[in-house]
Design a protein around this ligand. Structure first.
Ligand code: HEC
Ligand code: HEC
Ligand code: HEC
Ligand code: HEC
Length: 255
């Protein structure tokens, strides 16, 4: 009955018709209009037009303001260290596109797909659908306060450098690792070692040893003999000249 009342356009004009209600029954009316949460085009009566960019219910959970779900999403983003490459909730490295911006321009289905089947230079986190749903909700929740931020444009060049001399990362690490570098874009082709993007930033997991972050000094110790830090490490020692070490630090810097 309520639905029938709401699709009637008042004689004085009134709010635009919510065609969603000619096919769906209403819910969460006290929290807003269908398109406040689900997006889509409420002025259209034809389903395919009304549904353009529509956000499925599971990706609208963040609109309900459940504190437990919100915390769960934030923890997952933290644990998976998405911020070593992306900004979300206004914080993170600018090595890849800002997720606050992506939330405004991509559909929920597109965001989910980007996590399910990531591009070459984003790690595959192999999350199940429920975890992907939680992460997408967290991206939306995080973008609420930050989507209007004026950002300096991201400058990432994804074609490998074409300088005459191959860079030190490609030569000494790139067989096993990848990194997004402000200076060179995507470098390296390996996947047997972790993606080292944002290694020295606050957003990289503190995996050196005993919860210690990766610093220039710690990396130096690691490269000389990884097994001294992790007896089971599969990585062999790498010898670098001082000049190579300097170049490596510049490539690994997230700024
Ligand atoms: C002409 C009828 C019609 C209109 C108008 C319409 N829908 Fe739907 N909607 C459907 C049908 C039927 C389904 C079932 C799945 C399908 O066929 O796409 C559906 C599915 C959905 C779903 C589930 C989508 C999913 O991916 O699981 C959502 C959310 C939804 N509609 C929201 C809306 C919103 C919001 C509006 C208005 C902006 C709207 N619909 C307008 C008929 C309509
Ligand atoms: C406050 C946000 C909010 C509003 C407003 C809202 N919905 Fe939903 N909707 C949700 C959420 C969240 C779900 C997922 C199930 C749940 O938690 O209730 C959902 C589920 C649905 C579903 C089931 C299919 C699916 O994708 O899960 C349809 C269809 C739907 N909503 C249509 C509508 C229509 C039509 C309106 C306008 C009358 C509307 N919703 C208003 C948040 C909202
Ligand atoms: C090693 C860097 C890296 C990490 C870590 C990373 N991503 Fe990405 N991500 C990328 C790259 C590169 C792209 C492609 C877009 C671009 O070129 O900036 C991307 C794209 C995306 C997109 C699509 C954005 C759009 O506009 O199409 C989403 C969504 C996304 N990532 C989510 C995540 C989430 C969630 C996490 C954490 C679970 C994560 N990413 C971790 C590098 C990364
Ligand atoms: C032959 C393959 C190989 C090469 C070459 C290599 N690594 Fe690794 N690296 C690995 C593997 C495999 C791991 C996985 C962890 C382990 O076994 O300790 C790793 C781990 C790491 C880690 C630890 C990251 C973490 O989060 O735990 C760092 C840092 C690292 N490598 C840096 C480098 C740098 C810098 C270079 C180049 C100077 C390099 N590696 C060259 C294979 C390699």
């Amino acid at each position: 009955m309520v639905a029938l009342f709401m699709v009637t356009v008042p004689a004085w004009g009134g709010p635009p018709r919510q065609h969603c209600l000619s096919c769906h029954s209403a819910h969460y009316e006290e929290k807003g209009k269908c398109s406040d949460c689900h997006l889509g085009n409420p002025a259209a009566g034809r389903k395919n037009i009304a549904h353009a960019g529509v956000r499925a219910g599971k990706y609208c959970r963040f609109t309900l303001g459940n504190a437990v779900q919100k915390r769960e999403g934030e923890q997952l983003i933290e644990q998976l260290s998405c911020r070593r490459c992306h900004i979300t909730t206004g914080r993170g490295n600018r090595l890849a596109v800002s997720l606050d911006t992506a939330a405004a321009h991509k559909t929920a289905a597109e965001l989910a797909l980007s996590i399910r089947r990531p591009v070459e230079n984003m790690p595959n986190f192999v999350l199940n659908e429920e975890l992907i749903t939680i992460v997408v909700n967290a991206i939306y929740a995080g973008s609420l306060k930050h989507k209007t931020d004026v950002e300096t444009p991201v400058q990432v060049h994804f074609t490998p450098s074409v300088s005459k001399e191959p860079d030190v990362f490609s030569v000494k690490c790139g067989r096993c690792h990848r990194v997004l570098s402000r200076r060179l874009g995507a470098v390296g082709t390996g996947t047997i070692g972790p993606n080292l993007s944002g290694l020295f930033s606050d957003y990289y997991p503190k995996t050196f040893k005993d919860g210690e972050a990766w610093t220039v000094r710690n990396l130096d110790v690691w490269l000389k003999n990884p097994r001294k830090i992790r007896p089971w490490s599969e990585m062999m020692p790498v010898t670098l000249t001082a000049a190579e070490m300097k170049e490596l630090m510049e490539i690994l810097s997230a700024r």
